[in-house]
Design a protein around this ligand. Structure first.
Ligand SMILES: Cc1cc2nc3c(=O)[nH]c(=O)nc-3n(C[C@H](O)[C@H](O)[C@H](O)COP(=O)(O)O)c2cc1C
Ligand SMILES: Nc1ncnc2c1ncn2[C@@H]1O[C@H](COP(=O)(O)OP(=O)(O)O)[C@@H](O)[C@H]1O
Length: 311
């Protein structure tokens, strides 16, 4: 997969099947679009392209923190191996001020040589969000592309959306989050050095700081799985600031893995979060915390007696 950041760096004259959007989460609805593009590639021998807006510049301009289901880096990792090109387009003035008509003509047709365009029913684009599926359909004949509009995937009686997933993530409802994503909620990061207290208490933990633009579930203890050097380990971890042992306000994910005894420092790992167990607590003493963590560990081991990763 070619990763290209910035429209100006896309320089390929081959015809494409392209899907467009913000793609935060790459949830089941997004996957439908990506799969359509993959099928079009195989059928018509065109290049498959995911065009995703990078919304960070907009949040920076507005002075707001971005809270995404995934960081840009995680989005890139998750798309790896699915399409030929992942084009990430910073949402800057020159893009947001472009009319919808100009976006079709100059970007989709002019730069991307789109033969097939794949979007969801409510896709909006161009200045003032004036462009929609009707406009895309209107210009299809003139510009020689075919339009595919995919229906929304549902979760219960509500359409799956990044907004819906974020609502459930804020509540710690990992079952709904993971079902809507179509894969377990994932955090990628590098294992840091901590204060080496864990191993003295009998539960060493890998410590990972998530990307700052990442929305996390509420601080608390969660069943998780961690991939280190290509192998998955079951575990139980804490998302939060560990108030019992530090006054720092840095949110980390700390995970004790049941069948691991290697050295994971500085390794890039992937953490999947499965189920909320209890809120993070400030215990009166480290000893009291240790008792609770031991109970958490017993609970986690029991959880995985009947379930495998991903179930
Ligand atoms: C299953 C589990 C539950 C935890 N729960 C809490 C908690 O409720 N409150 C807290 O302050 N720290 C909690 N922690 C974090 C520990 O305080 C931390 O892992 C320990 O102090 C070791 O830190 P270190 O990696 O810096 O050595 C938990 C850790 C694990 C693995
Ligand atoms: N079962 C395990 N689960 C998590 N980390 C483990 C495990 N066994 C060994 N380790 C290693 O021990 C380190 C954690 O030990 P810990 O005493 O908590 O130190 P730190 O405070 O530096 O995180 C991890 O980063 C990892 O390299």
């Amino acid at each position: 997969m070619d990763y290209i950041k910035g429209l100006e760096f896309y320089q390929d004259s081959r015809e494409t099947a392209v899907t467009l959007g913000k793609f935060d989460g790459l949830h089941r609805g997004h996957q439908k679009l990506v799969n359509r593009v993959k099928k079009l590639k195989n059928k018509h021998r065109v290049r498959s392209v995911v065009f995703a807006f990078d919304m960070l510049p907009l949040y920076e301009k507005l002075g707001l923190p971005r809270e995404g289901i995934m960081s840009n880096e995680e989005r890139k990792m998750r798309l790896h191996g699915t399409v030929d090109v992942f084009l990430e387009c910073p949402f800057v003035e020159s893009i947001s001020s472009m009319t919808a008509e100009a976006f079709i003509k100059d970007v989709l047709v002019g730069i991307l040589h789109a033969k097939y365009i794949v979007v969801g029913t409510d896709f909006r684009f161009g200045h003032g969000k004036r462009g929609d599926v009707h406009m895309l359909a209107e210009y299809a004949g003139a510009y020689g592309y075919e339009l595919f509009v995919e229906e929304k995937e549902m979760y219960g009686d509500r359409e799956i959306s990044s907004t819906y997933i974020k609502e459930e993530l804020r509540k710690g409802n990992m079952k709904a989050v993971n079902e809507m994503l179509g894969y377990p909620y994932t955090v990628n990061g590098t294992v840091e050095y901590g204060r080496q207290l864990g191993r003295r208490l009998g539960f060493p933990t890998i410590n990972v700081q998530p990307a700052k633009e990442k929305l996390l579930p509420p601080n608390g203890v969660y069943i998780d799985c961690v991939e280190i050097d290509g192998i998955w380990y079951n575990g139980i971890g804490n998302v939060g600031v560990k108030p019992t042992v530090t006054d720092e306000n840095r949110v980390l994910i700390e995970s004790y893995l049941f069948d691991y005894d290697g050295n994971a420092y500085e390794k890039d790992v992937e953490i999947q979060i499965y189920e909320f167990r209890r809120p993070e607590q400030k215990f009166a003493s480290v000893e009291e915390m240790k008792e609770h963590v031991n109970a958490d560990i017993a609970y986690g081991k029991e959880y995985f007696r009947y379930k495998r990763r991903g179930e």
